[in-house]
Design a protein around this ligand. Structure first.
Ligand code: S3P
Length: 431
């Protein structure tokens, strides 16, 4: 449980843990590549550790030292049949990306997750993987996990139009494509995060990508190269917003990944009148990194455009917190995917914001938030996280604005993506 009795200010400088999406991809793609890869600043969170455990169960050799990992990749034929069920816990990224890999291997596997993962849609990967010739089966008429994979079939490349933009689906197919015969072409209705494409390119794959279009030609060995995992922009977002909404605040967040397909929140916040500075921009292993400074601001409301939703999807809960303390009505529509995340995030936000006295309207595909720069949480509140890490951390930042006791229950889930969040926050806030 987290508990705050504010209001607080936040000042100082921090580094946030490594990017979750890049950490998953770094160990998966290094395992498929040939050679040794040293991965620095890997995110040792529950989600990424579940991916690592599964890779070890199918034969990947790895050595952990401090916050880095050394992976010995053995190429696409270097995996063995696991002797047990592969368990991803709460991680949608693990189950979707690893299913692409397992379909390309020559053995049987069963992959499963916790209650939340086993309730999330898997037909979005099962259908195209079957079109590639994979033998993959799921519960509920092939819609949900656990998934059973008979990886004996040779896969073939396909052209696939994804109806809902999703980096997880695109990456699943891109990984399966490495094991296939013939070219795979993936087309999406909107641009989603492109870390898989960037890392495949960095490892020398035959890949072309341009916004909504990704083409992979298999056959070329991936050659592993060392990786520095940038700080996770989605984790930085909690501190960026804290800096903006709290009075007398200034916070510097160092070495954050600002890949264009991830950092659209910065554009939205600029439209909201946010006082944010980006410094020291540079490229490391094909990913853009920078330092971000965020200061107290008089925010105003914004309308988020539908096309940008995939580039801000994980930051919407914390953007809603910014909206609650921005003058005017903020609308976020075209975001029904939010209902299919670790919790139904539209419902989670709407329920808990109402408990804190904020006016929220819930739509099937989004939210409307009535905010005010001078808003405060004026009565004690006991809020729920729904076991969803991003809801828990967003509510914690909102609680800093309270001048009453605000508690957030069931916050163990924060370890999914941001171990050490509470300590970092407590070290920087002051009454
Ligand atoms: C992720 C992609 C996004 C995001 C998730 C991580 C990834 O999901 O919400 O937290 O690492 O590819 P979708 O691709 O399903 O939108």
């Amino acid at each position: 449980m987290l508990e705050f009795f504010g209001p607080y200010s936040i000042n100082g400088s921090i580094e946030v843990p490594g990017d979750k999406s890049i950490s998953h991809r770094s160990i998966i793609l290094s395992s498929i590549a040939k050679g040794k890869v040293e991965i620095d600043n890997f995110l040792f969170s529950e989600d990424c550790l579940n991916t690592l455990k599964i890779l070890k169960k199918i034969g990947t050799q790895c050595v952990v030292s401090g916050n880095s990992i050394l992976i010995q990749g053995n190429g696409i034929t270097g995996f063995n049949e696991p002797d047990d069920i592969l368990y991803v816990g709460n991680s949608g990224t693990s189950i979707r990306l690893l299913s692409g890999l397992l379909c390309g291997c020559s053995f049987m596997s069963v992959i499963s997750g916790d209650k939340s993962v086993n309730n999330r849609p898997m037909d979005r990967i099962i259908n195209p993987l079957r079109a590639m010739g994979a033998k993959i089966y799921g519960r509920y008429d092939n819609k949900k996990a656990p998934l059973v994979i008979f990886g004996k079939n040779k896969l073939r490349g396909i052209k696939h139009d994804i109806d809902v933009p999703s980096a997880q689906v695109k990456s699943c197919l891109a990984i399966a494509a490495l094991f296939a015969e013939g070219t795979t072409e993936i087309i999406q209705p909107e641009v989603s995060r492109d870390h898989t494409e960037r890392m495949l390119e960095y490892f020398g794959a035959d890949i072309k990508y341009d916004g909504k279009h990704t083409i992979i030609v298999p056959g070329k060995h991936l050659i592993g190269k060392d990786i520095f995992v940038p700080g996770d922009f989605s984790s930085a977002a909690f501190f960026i917003i804290a800096g903006l909404i709290l009075k007398k605040s200034k916070i510097l967040i160092k070495d954050v990944g600002i890949n264009q397909t991830r950092s659209y929140l910065l554009d939205v916040l600029k439209k909201m009148n946010a006082n944010i500075e980006i410094k020291n921009e540079r490229i490391k292993n094909n990913e853009k990194i920078a330092d971000i400074i965020s200061c107290s601001s008089k925010l105003k409301s914004v309308n988020v455009k539908k096309e940008a939703i995939p580039n801000i999807i994980d930051e919407i809960p914390i953007l809603c917190v910014a909206a609650a303390f921005a003058d005017g009505i903020t609308t976020i529509r075209g975001a029904k995917e939010l209902r299919l995340k670790e919790s139904d995030r539209i419902k989670s936000i709407s329920n808990e914001f109402k408990k804190a006295g904020i006016i929220v309207k819930e739509y099937s595909d989004g939210l409307e938030i009535h905010g005010s720069h001078d808003a405060e949480i004026k009565h004690p509140a006991r809020l729920k996280s729904y076991g969803d890490h991003r809801i828990a951390m967003s509510l914690a930042i909102m609680a800093l604005k309270g001048n009453r006791k605000v508690s957030i229950c069931n916050t163990k889930c924060v370890d999914t993506s941001f171990p050490g969040f509470e300590k970092k926050l407590l070290d920087l806030i002051k009454k």
